[in-house]
Design a protein around this ligand. Structure first.
Ligand code: B12
Ligand code: SF4
Ligand code: SF4
Length: 391
């Protein structure tokens, strides 16, 4: 059982004095870091104490309940996630940064089936971009004698807990971290450091009586406020799950082919979001112009070229084509049958199985449909045309 912090640490202003009357160590450095972080494009940079996270107990319970599904790595990192000293011996502070990735809304063209990609994956992979900038802050801390570890998403850290503690935002009922100006559309990154930096104050939670995210979730994955069962979450099913998508969830996935933004889209705090200045997060071609059936024509090599710098490369061709088949099973028409028939013969069994499922769904829809346009089988666009368009 982990120790729990019962109350937030009192905030220390930059001009706080120590008991000896001198300026607290590293206060000038903290101001320098915040300034540098702003120059590097981070929307927020604040500090929390490197202590056992406030909700470590709930995290352990969440793991015990099996809510992490097949994400074994979360179990492996359980102790580290509950004690930053196991990640970096002598850690005293956690610097948390936020980076806006909002790109505005983008409506699908009528009559096309393009498939929805979560906004965070419209542009370049944020991991590399943010890590590189964190390293620049790290260099500053090294000059002052600090030892650091930098993380963006992939480290054994309960990022949102530290971000909430540092006052970067508050944890909404969707479990997302919210900021009154950015809404939910931002990434988090952290630097664990052995330096003692003055912690910032947490923000008050501002969800109030709202429950929109819980109601809107297509799969009922937000089982209670602040609790998400990953096994039901479309983001998990389309990104983290490596195998077959359980049949019960396939119809609920709709046209989503990578991640899900529904609980973010409905959040009232997102109406204040402003477009990110990061050109790297602007939508790449696949999010802009490809139709669902175009993806089914991609070879391994074409997939790698197309998603070279995109987060989507993580799920590989087999994962993406599996998802595309599910989406076509839900929204596909007669024009998609030829591509699905070909995919049903794919040497990768995962793709073949999902394509067969989709074929039977589309065909049964067509049998029930009197719309001749829906029943007409169209030509597959040539792969040459697709790859030229996205190059
Ligand atoms: C595993 C993971 C997932 C899993 C599980 C998500 C989950 N909610 O647990 C899946 C694949 C489903 C997922 C989905 C998404 N993810 Co994700 N994910 C992570 C990862 C790697 C670990 C999260 C984790 O530890 N989960 C375990 C749960 C138990 O922890 P938690 O979410 O922090 O939940 C805490 C609260 O429930 C809180 N709590 C418990 N009781 C109470 C009570 C009160 C009153 C309060 C206030 C809090 C509270 O304590 C819990 C334990 O710490 C983090 C990066 C990281 N290392 O932290 C990114 C991260 C959380 N994901 C991120 C993103 C962007 C997403 C998606 C939006 C992507 C998408 N569009 O598809 C969705 C959003 C789904 C959602 N509503 O959360 C961002 C979130 C940024 C933000 N502004 O919040 C992160 C931080 C990555 C990053 N570096 O930017 N993700
Ligand atoms: S990301 Fe989608 S499936 Fe997951 S909790 Fe949010 S709305 Fe539900
Ligand atoms: S939708 Fe409502 S309850 Fe959910 S995170 Fe946003 S404000 Fe909070």
């Amino acid at each position: 059982m982990s120790a729990r912090i019962t109350a937030p640490s009192p905030p220390l202003a930059l001009d706080d004095k120590t008991s000896l009357g001198s300026v607290r160590p590293h206060e000038k450095l903290k101001a320098e870091i915040v300034q540098r972080a702003t120059e590097l494009g981070f929307a927020s940079c604040r500090v929390a104490r490197a202590e056992t996270p406030r909700h470590a107990y709930e995290f352990r319970e969440w793991l015990r309940d099996g809510a992490a599904g097949t994400m074994e790595w979360l179990h492996r990192g359980e102790e580290k996630r509950c004690d930053p000293a196991l990640v970096l011996p002598g850690a005293r502070s956690v610097i948390v940064v936020a980076m806006n990735y909002w790109q505005g809304t983008r409506e699908a063209e009528p009559g096309t089936t393009r498939g929805r990609i979560a906004r965070y994956a419209w542009g370049d992979d944020y991991h590399d971009l943010m890590l590189e900038r964190l390293r620049s802050l790290d260099a500053l801390l090294i000059e002052h004698g600090g030892t650091q570890k930098c993380y963006v998403d992939t480290g054994p850290i309960l990022e949102r807990n530290f971000a909430a503690e540092a006052g970067v935002g508050w944890q909404g009922k969707s479990t997302m971290l919210l900021d009154p100006k950015l809404g939910t559309w931002f990434f988090l990154g952290e630097i664990l450091t052995t330096l003692d930096l003055a912690p910032d104050a947490p923000q008050p939670a501002r969800c109030g009586s709202c429950t929109r995210c819980i109601t809107a979730c297509p799969t009922g994955a937000i089982t209670d406020a602040h609790r998400l069962d990953a096994r039901r979450c479309i983001s998990y099913l389309t990104i983290e799950l490596k195998g077959s998508i359980p049949l019960e969830f396939r119809p609920l996935i709709g046209d989503r082919i990578y991640g899900c933004d529904t609980c973010l889209d409905v959040c009232p705090w997102n109406r204040f979001a402003s477009v990110s200045r990061e050109a790297a997060f602007a939508a790449r071609e696949p999010a802009r112009s490809m139709q669902l059936r175009d993806y089914l024509a991609l070879s391994e090599e074409e997939f790698r070229t197309l998603f070279h710098r995109s987060p989507i490369k993580r799920i590989k061709r087999r994962g993406l084509l599996r998802n595309v088949c599910v989406a076509l099973g839900n929204v596909g028409t007669g024009e998609d049958l030829a591509a699905l028939e070909r995919a049903a013969l794919d040497p990768e069994p995962l793709i073949a199985e999902h394509a067969a499922w989709a074929l039977s769904r589309v065909r049964s829809r067509l049998r029930g449909s009197r719309d001749p346009a829906a029943a007409s089988a169209g030509e597959l666009p040539s792969l040459g045309a697709v790859t030229t368009a996205v190059a």
